[in-house]
Design a protein around this ligand. Structure first.
Ligand code: 3PG
Length: 215
């Protein structure tokens, strides 16, 4: 099965992508394992800390049952770094053609962020049909996704930014939502306290909400 097929199959099962903001390899690995234990196996490690790229590689090695992608990939340089550490998909907050081309040439799924119709149209013309919608709540939330769905009928979105257990079902009720991303599943306070059960419980709650919303 290709990475893309495996990724899509897992997102059909559990359409939620937790964000991991890694501070060090040990806590990042524990966070990833806690998410997997709660039923979320597609994990986005965001490049927002000094340690992020190295931690991504450690998670890839230590948690082989997860599909580990890299988020906040801003440049070709970032893309090269994360591919060399074993990232299996790439997410960007915006649409930047060199990153899209890099991911395509590496054979990896790429989810560039869009927030407007023009950006979605540019991405569509690059041949992309799976896009991040960012920042989802500020860019219009589910109503905006409905409007975009009417015109970009073969595009599926991954809303991220302001998604939580409280509004997850509203997004997942839309047929053009592939999955939702978010950091609500990995609270800093739980990681600082070493309380990974909180993360497993949040993941399991998200899976339950998703099952209900999609049933
Ligand atoms: C992102 O990188 O996609 C967002 O910053 C995540 O937003 P959240 O913290 O509201 O989930």
């Amino acid at each position: 099965m290709s990475v893309s097929d495996d990724l899509h199959a897992r997102l059909e099962q559990a359409p939620v992508v937790p964000l991991v903001v890694p501070e060090d390899a040990e806590t990042a690995i524990s966070t990833a394992k806690a998410l997997v234990a709660g039923g979320l196996t597609v994990i986005e490690v965001v490049l927002r800390t000094e340690a992020a790229i190295a931690c991504l590689g450690e998670i890839v090695k230590a948690v082989p049952e997860a599909i580990v992608g890299a988020g906040t990939v801003l440049s070709e340089h970032h893309a090269g770094e994360v591919v060399s550490r074993g990232a299996q998909f790439i997410v960007s907050p915006g649409l930047y053609e060199p990153v899209v081309s890099y991911a395509k040439s590496a054979g990896l799924p790429i989810f560039p962020g869009v927030a407007t119709a023009s950006e979605a149209q540019n991405a569509w013309n690059m041949g992309l049909r799976s896009l991040k919608f960012f920042p989802a709540s500020l860019a219009g939330g589910p109503s905006m996704l409905k409007a975009l769905g009417a015109v970009y009928r073969d595009v599926r979105f991954m809303p991220t930014g302001g998604v939580s257990a409280a509004n997850l079902a509203d997004y997942l009720a839309l047929p053009n939502v592939l999955a939702c991303g978010g950091s609500w599943l990995t609270p800093k306070s739980a990681i600082a306290a070493g309380n990974y059960q909180v993360i497993t419980d949040l993941a399991a709650e998200a899976v339950a909400i998703a099952n209900q919303a999609r049933s």
